[in-house]
Design a protein around this ligand. Structure first.
Ligand SMILES: Cc1cc2nc3c(=O)[nH]c(=O)nc-3n(C[C@H](O)[C@H](O)[C@H](O)COP(=O)(O)OP(=O)(O)OC[C@H]3O[C@@H](n4cnc5c(N)ncnc54)[C@H](O)[C@@H]3O)c2cc1C
Length: 438
């Protein structure tokens, strides 16, 4: 092929030229070599940039999908606009679902064992709910019969993301392309073409794992999704924690149906934040930044806990796209040569605001679906519907229960009644711990 390109560019058809013309011939030769090398480079670049799956976003959802396909024949591009480590607006509370998903990666990858060894974290056994009447409801899922049972962990979100990125880097079939912002996506019948400012990636399939502001979602707006809002930051020297590191959730008049939270992190740090709805902010004419500082300085119990506290970083806000019935529609979850996982599929819990567990879970389900589809040799809608079916089955209890509570949590009196009722119902607690969040 090289000889052919050389001949074509020289127009020589294999004949040598006379020695008198030596200078011009050598110049022509050099030029032709350069041009053929460039042609070859372009050919190889094109060849090597053909991916089976292009994942936009290397947060928990994108890393989960990539790791579930690690050590397979899939050639994967995992692209993120950021370089790691980086701060991400998030609490870093890993629920039991998130932990179960870390355990659900293929055994030989040892993801959960590596997480236990390398991420700086503390154990948390549940929640302490504070309602307006200042009544505390404790949901402590510590199992006295099983001292090894750990419902969740609390860590810096930046540490968790750095850990996942470190795991992804171990596998040669995954190209981690960090620091590349995707700004254009074209999906044709044959392929997917993804562009950044100065690079082009070509693949057979694309997955949107690019969070609440997903660029892929902008191409396929299925409906008006519902985004809640949250703000968070870190402090030191906050007091009054429960011995089992329960997450403190204060349901306050100004935050309903959301809440103000505080939880412990390693190295005497704490994460603090507010989770609420846009409607609440509009209705009460509040702003998230002043809301969080007003609560810390003005709430009698909280201000006491913060009296010696020191701020570690600035509070920062972000969107939380929550799940509701319509997000489980086909149009929202997949389409021609694409599907959505994590926040870009709106999988955040509409009561707690948690999304890491569901991001990991959806990456797992997407991997199962894509493996099967490629095995059967077709990535069409009948194959991709398996992804939707897995999610619908998983959320069959959670969706109605959480939608129901979210409506009632808007009213402080009903919220108070709900918690008084359920905190004493042993069966409800065991239902929560057995059926939900797994
Ligand atoms: C204030 C707040 C606190 C929270 N606290 C918790 C908590 O304690 N526990 C919990 O479980 N959940 C929490 N959440 C929710 C959680 O942060 C998300 O659900 C989770 O990060 C979703 O993961 P993801 O991989 O889908 O998206 P993300 O983590 O958002 O990752 C998306 C990735 O895509 C990249 N990206 C975006 N656009 C582009 C582009 N154009 N090109 C290339 N890359 C791109 C981004 O850089 C990012 O790395 C919180 C959210 C907020 C806002």
């Amino acid at each position: 092929m090289y000889i052919f390109i050389l001949q074509l560019s020289l127009g020589l058809d294999g004949d040598l030229v006379a020695p008198a013309d030596f200078k011009s011939v050598s110049e022509a030769l050099i030029l032709s070599w350069v041009s053929s090398i460039l042609t070859l480079a372009r050919f190889f670049k094109e060849y090597f940039m053909k991916y089976d799956i292009i994942i936009i976003g290397a947060g928990p959802a994108g890393c989960s999908l990539a790791l579930h396909l690690a050590n397979t024949n899939f050639k994967i591009a995992l692209i993120d606009k950021d370089t790691f480590p980086r701060r991400k607006v998030c609490g870093g509370a890993l629920s039991e679902r998130a932990i179960n998903q870390l355990k659900a990666f293929p055994k030989e990858l040892n993801i959960y064992e590596n997480f236990l060894k390398s991420v700086n974290k503390i154990k948390s056994y549940g929640l302490r709910i504070h309602t307006l009447g200042n009544k505390n409801s404790i949901f402590d899922f510590k199992d006295p019969k099983n001292k090894y049972k750990v419902p969740g962990f609390l860590c810096m979100r930046s540490d968790f993301d750095e850990f996942m990125i470190g795991e992804v880097k171990k596998y040669p079939n995954i190209d981690l392309l960090a620091g590349i912002k995707i700004n254009d996506i074209k999906i044709t019948k044959q392929e997917v073409i993804v562009k950044s400012k100065d690079q082009v990636f070509v693949g057979k399939f694309i997955v949107g794992a690019d969070g609440a502001n997903s660029i892929l979602r902008k191409k396929f707006p299925s409906y008006r999704n519902i985004s809640d809002v949250g703000i968070t930051g870190h402090y030191e020297n906050v007091s009054g924690f429960h011995k089992d590191n329960l997450i403190d959730m204060y349901f306050l008049k100004e935050t309903l149906p959301g809440y103000f939270w505080i939880f412990k992190l390693p190295d005497d740090r704490v994460n603090v934040g507010v989770y609420t709805t846009k409607e609440n902010l509009l209705k009460t004419k509040q702003n998230l930044k002043t809301m969080i500082t007003d609560i810390i300085s003005g709430h009698p119990e909280i201000s006491e806990r913060f009296k010696n506290a020191k701020k570690v970083d600035e509070v920062k806000g972000w969107k939380l796209p929550i799940f509701f019935k319509r997000i489980f529609s086909k149009k929202n979850l997949y389409g021609s040569r694409h599907l959505f996982i994590g926040d870009s599929a709106s999988l955040i819990d509409p009561i707690t605001g948690e999304g890491i567990g569901n991001a990991l879970l959806s990456g797992n389900y997407a991997a199962q679906t894509l493996k099967e589809a490629y095995k059967n040799g077709k990535i069409d809608s009948s194959e991709l519907n398996q992804y939707r079916k897995l999610l619908v089955e998983k959320f069959k209890y959670e969706l109605p229960i959480h939608t129901f509570f979210r409506v009632f949590f808007k009213n402080s009196i009903i919220l108070e009644m709900c918690f008084s009722l359920i905190k004493n119902l042993k069966s409800f607690n065991s239902f929560i711990s057995k059926r939900l969040y797994k």
